[in-house]
Design a protein around this ligand. Structure first.
Ligand code: ADP
Length: 529
């Protein structure tokens, strides 16, 4: 049965198995024109169905229902509220306010029902006097329901705010951790007790510790700093910051000693982490692996000293021979001629060294032009060999050529190709001991000239192979460092690149070395294809 008043404010479900009670309720609503929009259920099962499909502000329930009790109804309501996927529970509103009606002598049950979630109870009497106060009780229940609704709404708002903020924080944390892990520098943060609170991926690689292993650990046990040269321990920039309160850097000789004892040249800068009021709460340190920079520095220093040496040696002998000639006007012609030849030879050495330096600086400045013309590679080799043969002969080195019958016409810069072959052959002779062999061979393969310069010399250690084309790089030979500047192969590689070719090297220490150059016949076409 359904009765909708015109001015329905309150939606009620009356669950009552006693027909007389139901009729009395309906009469009351009608007589007093109560603004109720109500449904009735005559037993628990019916109530359950109705409650599963509709929402109410107030439920008035009789304690005993024949097929159940008011507790079963409270159970259903509690269950509905707990079900997240239930459309009826998915609202900002609280559940209905439950008013329990029960016969006299059942007060104890009524109190229990209130504990189970009912809002109020009414004791039924035979004359049904309780109905007189029902409107007030319903009104109070409604007011209570409104408060509950507001509370629930507030709670929901708060919950979504917390959820939103938590998601935001998680996003910010994720962003920070992605930023830190994609940094190319190591980042480490410690608190004022010097315990690690942050350790990014690069720091892990440098110190050889995993971030989880060092969290909360004293940083002094994780790595330390030493002077690269003296190997003495150095004060960490973190300690310096904690003392001074300012940003601090290490020295340009710092090395970091990792977990496994390995040392890495490092640049370290640390800064205090301060709160808004200026108190220091920790230190953040940025670490950068500077092995490459230090290596370049070392190469430059080596270069300056070897260039000075290379320049001084021929100059010294030029000076000495000139002084001797000047001192002795009666020197026999033969001797004078011999001395002048030495001066000439040494001047040539000086010239080629200075040419090399100029060539490199021109390449660096990008001012080198490639003049392409048809080049006869066999003729170039024939021109180069006579100048090198005397040096090879001095060491009893067998200098051999192996030129294919058909070599095509190479479009290239003749003087550069000549300098490239001279450089490679010079090295081959220089790094090959007495009685050795040096061979230059040329073949035409699939429109490419394959030029191979091989020797039976001292070879190049595997670890140096990737670096030998770097400017100024020379393999370190503690016992007998050969004369040179480390520029030759850098120039060779540049020349090969200018001609759209490639160079490969194979070497076995103590056995020999082979450089192979592949040059497209028409490098211009190859460059733009
Ligand atoms: P330089 O010969 O002036 O030292 P290069 O740039 O020509 O400089 O060569 C770089 C380094 O490569 C040499 O110092 C040497 O250690 C190594 N190298 C070059 N060619 C050979 C070779 N044929 N056999 C052994 N080592 C070589």
């Amino acid at each position: 049965m359904n009765n909708v008043t015109k001015d329905a404010k309150c939606k009620i479900l009356l669950i009552e198995d006693d027909e007389l009670d139901r009729v009395a309720f309906e009469r009351l609503v009608k007589q007093q024109r109560l603004p109720y929009n109500y449904d009735t259920a005559t037993c628990f099962e019916q109530a359950k169905t109705i409650l599963g499909s509709d929402r109410f502000d107030v439920v008035i329930v009789d304690y005993l229902l024949g097929d159940g009790t008011a507790f079963d109804v409270l159970d259903v309501l509690e269950h509905t509220a707990a079900q997240e996927d239930c459309p009826l529970a998915e609202t900002d509103a609280a559940g209905p306010a439950v008013i329990l009606t029960t016969g006299a002598g059942n007060e104890e049950t009524a109190v229990r029902a209130m504990k189970a979630g009912a809002y109020d109870y009414m004791i039924k009497d035979l004359e049904r006097n309780y109905l007189k106060v029902l409107p007030q009780v319903v009104e109070k229940a409604l007011a209570h329901k409104k408060t509950e609704d507001a509370l629930k709404q507030y709670h929901n708002n708060l919950e979504s705010l917390v959820k939103e903020r938590t998601e935001q924080l998680a996003e910010e944390k994720e962003l920070l951790s992605v930023t830190l892990s994609s940094m190319t520098d190591g980042v480490i943060a410690v608190n004022t007790e010097k315990r690690v609170i942050l350790f990014n991926k690069v720091a892990e690689n440098l110190a050889k510790w995993r971030s989880q292993e060092v969290q909360g650990k004293p940083v002094d046990g994780v790595f330390r700093f030493i002077d690269e040269k003296t190997r003495k321990s150095l004060e960490s920039p973190i300690d310096k910051v904690l003392k001074s309160g300012n940003m601090e850097s290490g020295t340009d000789r710092d090395a970091l000693v990792a977990r496994d004892g390995s040392k890495c040249p490092i640049s370290a800068t640390a800064a205090p982490i301060c709160k808004n009021d200026g108190t220091t709460i920790g230190v953040v340190m940025v670490l950068r692996d500077v092995s490459r920079e230090r290596e370049v520095d070392r190469m430059k220093t080596d270069f300056v000293s070897s260039v000075s040496h290379e320049l001084r040696t021929p100059l010294t002998s030029i000076k000495a021979y000139t002084a001797t000639i000047l001192r002795d006007p009666n020197m026999p012609d033969k001797t004078r001629h011999e001395f002048l030849s030495v001066i000439d030879e040494e001047s040539n050495r000086l010239k080629s060294l200075i040419d090399g330096l100029l060539e490199v600086s021109r390449i660096e400045a990008g001012t080198v032009k490639v003049v392409r013309e048809p080049v006869d590679i066999a003729a170039i080799i024939d021109q180069v060999l006579p100048a090198l043969r005397p040096i090879a002969d001095k060491k009893n080195i067998h200098l051999e050529t192996d030129l294919g019958d058909e070599l095509g016409r190479l479009q290239a810069d003749e003087s550069k190709i000549r300098s490239m072959i001279t450089n490679l052959l010079n090295n081959a002779i220089k790094f090959t001991p007495e009685q050795g062999e040096v061979c230059v061979s040329v073949r035409l393969q699939a429109q490419e000239l394959v030029i191979r310069v091989s020797d039976t010399g001292i070879g190049i250690p595997k670890e140096d192979l990737p670096r030998i084309f770097d400017r100024f790089y020379r393999v370190y030979q503690p016992d007998r460092q050969m004369p040179g500047t480390g520029l030759g192969l850098a120039i060779v590689k540049e020349i090969v690149n200018m001609h759209a070719g490639r160079i490969e090297v194979e070497s076995e220490p103590g056995q020999g070395t082979t450089f192979t150059i592949f040059l497209p016949l028409d490098s211009q076409a190859a460059l733009y294809s």
